[in-house]
Design a binder for this molecule. Structure first.
Ligand SMILES: [Zn+2]
Length: 321
């Protein structure tokens, strides 16, 4: 039986972006309840997400970006303590409260420590049930509910600190990971493959966006279901992924392409997420001893999110066993 890690931290529940915001702490509660009820939780190796070091975040982000977020966080805490607002709005969708800075460091820290454990062979693979998500954060900007690009921080860490030669990120969130694409754009040691709905926020992800031959976008149309998803994933992502031959695969695991999700217009079901996880698992077994680090991104219908994560994590556990 292989070992699958589950990384999270209570600090990830303290980050909130205002009443009614879909990217809310209840997402993590729903996931963990479901993992418990389904019995999946018992077989997982539970670990606390550490705080990422600024030196590691800097592998994927400008120093100014970190300084700006930290400065805003300090200012917010000071103003709130003096009776001011508990939130600072960075854009129409993205806000910080006094816990956001720490939660964002925990989310990136989960990616780092999961990468360490998987590369060391201590865990077969890992899922990080953390928030805030990351794939919209560019090298220099927070946006779309994201502050630090967790998958990019983990991938850069694997290259720089572990000496891996090639790391792939596969992203099946309904939104395009513009931030990951931005950070990976001119680095041929990094691969980014994404299925996503177009047109939809953030507007990037066209077939013509190819970086240095390392970016593989597979846009789908609103209303597309499992068949179109599997076809695009197979032809546009799996083939190039096998050619790339990764030493580690990181998943941007967003579940907002589910048919019940309020933010997306695709019509995937749990079986499609299982299929994608198995397909990624086969690639990982062939190229990198099954090494996979999966990071939670979107997914906003709590029931669909929880069921989809349970299926995804169960499939990760079954890989290689
Ligand atoms: Zn999304």
């Amino acid at each position: 039986m292989s070992k699958t890690g589950y990384y999270t931290h209570r600090d990830c529940r303290k980050h909130e972006m205002g009443p009614g915001h879909p990217e809310c702490p209840a997402r993590l509660d729903a996931i963990e309840d479901r993992l418990l009820v389904s019995g999946v939780a018992d077989a997982l190796e539970h670990r606390e997400a550490p705080l990422a070091s600024l030196a590691d975040i800097e592998l994927a982000h400008d120093r100014m970006h970190m300084a700006a977020l930290r400065g805003l966080s300090d200012m917010l805490i000071e103003e709130e303590d003096a009776g001011g607002s508990p939130l600072i709005q960075l854009d129409t969708d993205t806000a910080m409260n006094r816990y956001t800075w720490t939660a964002a460091l925990r989310a990136a820290g989960a990616a780092l420590e999961a990468t360490d454990a998987v590369v060391a062979g201590e865990l077969e693979n890992a899922f990080c049930g953390v928030r805030p998500p990351g794939h919209h954060a560019t090298r220099s900007r927070a946006m779309g509910f994201c502050f630090f690009n967790n998958v990019a921080v983990g991938a850069a860490h694997a290259l720089e600190r572990h000496g891996l030669e090639r790391v792939a990120v596969v992203d099946f969130d309904v939104h395009h990971g513009n931030g990951t694409q931005d950070i990976f754009w001119s680095d041929k040691d990094l691969f980014y493959g994404s299925t996503h709905q177009m047109p939809l926020f953030p507007g990037t992800g066209d077939l013509s966006e190819t970086g240095v031959g390392n970016i593989w976008n597979a846009p789908l149309r609103a209303g597309d279901a499992g068949e179109a998803f599997r076809e695009a994933f197979t032809s546009r992502i799996l083939g190039p992924l096998h050619n790339f031959g990764p030493d580690l695969i990181v998943i941007s695991a967003g579940f907002d392409a589910h048919k019940h999700d309020p933010l997306g217009g695709l019509r995937l079901v749990e079986a499609d997420f299982m299929w994608a996880t198995e397909a990624i698992g086969k690639a990982a077994e062939r190229h990198c001893q099954g090494r996979i680090v999966s990071m939670l991104e979107g997914g906003y219908d709590l029931d669909a999110l929880a069921k989809s994560v349970a299926v995804h994590v169960r499939t990760l556990m079954d890989l290689g066993s």
